[in-house]
Design a protein around this ligand. Sequence first.
Ligand SMILES: NC(=O)c1ccc[n+]([C@@H]2O[C@H](COP(=O)([O-])OP(=O)(O)OC[C@H]3O[C@@H](n4cnc5c(N)ncnc54)[C@H](O)[C@@H]3O)[C@@H](O)[C@H]2O)c1
Length: 356
Amino acid sequence: MRILVTGAAGFIGSAVSRYLVGEVDAEVLVVDKLTYAGNLASLKTISEHPRFRFVQADICDRPAMDAAFAGFQPDAVMHLAAESHVDRSISGAADFVQTNLVGTFVLLEAARGYWSALDAARKDAFRFLHVSTDEVYGSLGEDGLFAETTPYDPSSPYSASKAGADHLALAWGRTYGLPVIVSNCSNNYGPYHFPEKLIPLIILNGLHGRELPVYGQGTNIRDWLYVDDHARALYLIATRGRLGEKYNVGGRNERRNIDIVSRICELLDDMAPRGAPHADLIRYVADRPGHDQRYAIDASKLESELGWKAQETFDTGIVKTVRWYLDNEWWWRPLRDKVYSGERLGVLNDVAKAGG
Ligand SMILES: NC(=O)c1ccc[n+]([C@@H]2O[C@H](COP(=O)([O-])OP(=O)(O)OC[C@H]3O[C@@H](n4cnc5c(N)ncnc54)[C@H](O)[C@@H]3O)[C@@H](O)[C@H]2O)c1
């Protein structure tokens, strides 16, 4: 099977590509613009594999997308390319609208052009999996879970741009018959996670004895999924999911942010002691504007229809993750030194100062 994966120099796409090349013998073409979040080092273990190819291109570039489809002749697309960090979307939404909305539109159109010229058998078998987030559903109160039927109610420029892209993808299925499926996943964590996101930021700041920022009171709740569990789910959905459907993906691992940070501190105390408890470094900082209180996924459709189940619990996955960062300084050191060193992003008065 030939699978075109967009955004696979990023966190989840690289895990998906390692899975496709290493576990299911697929042929993979990665299409990635290599923004600040794209890193070819994340694909190092498969970059020399004969079933792996890479092209640096922007999904907004229609001729480049047409060339990728024509040259590679994929059986499926897994579309992960996106601007993905909520805090950056608060400081500057333009790239989010451009890549997440316009880029998804361009990719859908390129896929449609390619797909409509396929012979009947390949046309029937073709799949376009649009990979999205649970953040499109907005915020939950103390109870309840997001189902596939939960109405969209996005709070941030990031989640709004993803929500728009989900609608485009489903509309391309209904209007043009493009074989589209949409997945909505909860927060991922694991190896190769860019150090601006909560878990890697806390691990690396902790390791360096720097402050550990916790937004608001740290009571916001996310439903954490180990990235390799997401990769397996995406392959199942792309190959066996029903057309035109949405599938929620989540690990049934709800945790408050402060509990995540505290657990990482305990693990660092054990694996990388610094002479004082890492929890001493915790600092409560001004909350993120529009910060959703709670996300939690009902993944029963994916579990019952496709037989998927998360293999990692948060307790097992977080130990692996902390260990991975301790053992893989080669991967994160250049990012911390040259791309992002841990400063606060997405504070509104910064926007005001910049006239934005
Ligand atoms: N990280 C999560 O917890 C999470 C949860 C659910 C869904 N998702 C979704 O999964 C996908 C991947 O997320 P991630 O965390 O791996 O993101 P990431 O930021 O780590 O990676 C995004 C990748 O997309 C590439 N990219 C950005 N703009 C591009 C463009 N215009 N053209 C081509 N490539 C471009 C970047 O270079 C990067 O390699 C996103 O669509 C995101 O919305 C993420």
